[in-house]
Design a protein. Structure first.
Length: 222
């Protein structure tokens, strides 16, 4: 083996490890459970009109409600399921591991949608987004019977579609936020494929279903 070939053989595994490490970081940072936080943060403190009538304390209270109902409760549920042996891993790699978490999270998301819908002070755009999450999870539970639809794909597809729908409803210039979400969608889906977490079909199905769920919620609420 020549010196150049030896250097290449040593560099390639290192490059692969770094690529997978970066893909893992992206997968954790853009985990589906965190997407509602990013969306509500944008609506609360960046978008100028969505929560315009809220005080700073009201915005903080809303953020805490979202954290508890849409993040903490689902996370605790998965951890409890793991400790009781109902799922083999908190990463939910297997289809059978996703059945109970889908049902439990669907309940939390529907409860969140009901709470926000009944409180008329919350903007309809946010109510629509939460309903879209519930629809996406419900559809994923059915799809899980046949194949492992990508949760990352659903989350990012729903987020991207929501930004398009929000741009349609708002007079605010949203080119920059939309481009950022589009870039994050590409990073998230590419990372899942690099990690061999999904087949391309499962990823595309997740993206499309996430978008369809948000459109359906938008038509129902708005």
């Amino acid at each position: 083996m020549s010196q150049s070939e030896e250097i290449t053989s040593q560099t390639y595994p290192f490059t692969q490890r770094m690529l997978r490490f970066f893909a893992s970081l992206v997968s954790y940072a853009l985990h589906p459970i965190f997407i509602p936080l990013y969306v509500v943060y944008y609506l609360l403190w960046i978008h100028p009109h969505a929560f315009a009538g809220f005080s700073e304390s009201g915005k903080s209270q809303t953020f805490v409600i979202v954290v508890l109902n849409l993040v903490i409760f689902p996370l605790v549920t998965v951890l409890l399921l793991k400790s009781l042996g109902f799922v083999s891993s908190i990463l939910l790699r297997e289809r059978k591991d996703r059945i109970i978490p889908y049902i439990a999270c669907g309940i939390f998301f529907f409860w969140g949608y009901t709470v926000f819908k009944e409180q008329t002070r919350f903007p309809l755009e946010w109510v629509s987004f939460v309903l879209g999450i519930f629809i996406a999870v419900s559809g994923a539970l059915i799809a899980n019977i046949y194949f492992k639809i990508s949760m990352h794909g659903m989350a990012m597809g729903g987020w991207l579609c929501f930004m398009f729908l929000l741009m349609k409803e708002s007079s605010v210039l949203m080119a920059a936020p939309l481009c950022i979400v589009l870039l994050l969608t590409g990073l998230s889906t590419s990372s899942r494929l690099i990690l061999n977490a999904h087949k391309p079909f499962e990823m595309y199905a997740g993206l499309i279903w996430g978008m369809v769920a948000q459109i359906a919620a938008y038509c129902f609420v708005m």
